[in-house]
Design a protein around this ligand. Structure first.
Ligand SMILES: Cc1ncc(COP(=O)(O)O)c(C=O)c1O
Length: 383
């Protein structure tokens, strides 16, 4: 570090130059991310309220109330009134919180807790497994890339403390049979977490495009918590995740008391301490500004583009999609190249795609437009 700093303009210029190599969403070249260009209203809110630390809640009681309002609006999307929870840093934090809560809820007699999870789980589950000393019992996926509820029931042992399902899997955007799993969780009195980090902001807004998907609703009994990420399809800037619990008791299970804060005593039910109040306010502002209609419009465009891509790629002899998508995520393979090689070729043409063991993943986020997909398809044809 230099003794004497550079003038502001020079530092900003240096940054611009250095960052030229980074990809940005506006270019339309990022086809494999579950994040997107944040909505302008969220950017304004973030800039204006950047100083707020909701980790010291006594300093910002109004922000605390607004967070509760945002959580209620999110809960309402899934027929949960009132809802409990927090706006956190992302899906990873939300999932870890859910597993932690489940562990705290489990009978003390269970010393080797097991959690039943889908093979399609996000890697944050593995972080939770390591941090919380759990054993994940992985349920293989059926031919539709979903968990089978009958297999789940067979996997329950005296050490099982919970089941997690996914609504919008990381690799393919598939939705597990949520209601059937809820019935099992209810029957065996197990904690049931739904990871809707991606699908949470898609499924309630499918409207006319609605496919035959499981209902994502708290109206049937058995669900304990839900992850929903505003910084994915919610159009919020990073970081913004959400954890929603069905009861106050669950939402308080992992609370830790803090005594020294300048706003007075508090209790944290999140993993991070200092926490962005601006992120919370941005999530609230987006829900208020876009409303259901706004989100429906966003989702309907991304679903139209997904369908368009599926139709177009199906016309190409050299490619094949893995499965008809549930949401705005498509996995495909080439008949000519193994996936690793294909990913390298595609990336060498300037496209950022996700590579999974079995396929290449495209996520049709709001920043991806038809012109980008047409260019991408043209490149695929030339491979
Ligand atoms: C289904 C699912 N859950 C959780 C996460 C983790 O979210 P984050 O990266 O915001 O921690 C992801 C990320 O892609 C995801 O796809």
């Amino acid at each position: 570090m230099r003794e004497l700093g550079f003038p502001e303009t020079q530092v900003l210029q240096q940054l611009n130059l250095k960052l030229e190599r980074d990809l940005n969403f506006e270019s339309g070249r990022i086809l494999g991310s579950m994040c997107t260009l944040p909505h302008p209203i969220a950017n304004k809110v973030i800039l204006k309220y950047l100083e707020k630390n909701i980790g010291d809640p006594g300093l910002c009681p109004a922000t605390v109330e607004i967070e509760q309002d945002a959580i209620n609006m999110l809960g309402d999307l899934f027929d949960l009134r009132p809802a409990y929870g927090s706006i956190v840093t992302g899906g990873t934090e939300a999932n870890i919180l859910a597993f932690w809560t489940a562990k705290e809820m489990a009978p003390l007699s269970i010393t080797k807790p097991e959690f039943i999870v889908p093979e399609s789980m996000h890697f944050s589950f593995v972080k939770a497994e390591k941090m919380l000393n759990l054993k994940l019992v992985r349920i293989p996926l059926n031919h539709k890339y979903k968990m089978d509820e009958k297999v789940i029931e067979k996997a329950i042992t005296e050490n099982t403390i919970g089941i997690a399902a996914v609504a919008g899997s990381t690799a393919l955007g598939m939705v597990d049979p949520l209601e059937e799993i809820a019935q099992i969780a209810y029957k065996y009195k197990l904690y049931y977490h739904i990871d809707a980090a991606f699908g949470g902001y898609v499924m309630p807004f499918l409207g006319n495009t609605k496919k035959k998907l499981p209902q994502l609703s708290f109206s049937y009994p058995g669900i304990s918590s839900l992850t929903i990420d505003p910084h994915k399809m919610g159009m919020a800037p990073i970081p913004a995740g959400g954890i929603i619990y069905t009861s106050k008791e669950l939402s308080q299970k992992v609370k830790v008391a803090v005594h020294y804060l300048s706003g007075g005593k508090a209790a944290h039910a999140t993993i991070v301490g200092t926490r962005s109040g601006a992120s919370v306010l941005a999530v609230w502002a987006l829900l208020k500004h876009l409303g259901k209609r706004g989100y429906r419009e966003i989702v309907s465009k991304t679903m139209e583009l997904t369908d368009y891509f599926v139709k177009q790629i199906s016309k190409l002899d050299d490619y094949e999609i893995l499965i008809e998508p549930d949401l705005n995520v498509v996995g495909f393979v080439s008949r000519k190249y193994p996936v690793n090689e294909l990913a390298n070729i595609i990336r060498s043409k300037g496209w950022a795609v996700s590579l999974f063991k079995t396929h290449i993943r495209i996520v049709f986020m709001p920043h991806v437009k038809k012109e980008h997909i047409d260019m991408f398809l043209a490149d695929l044809k030339g491979i």
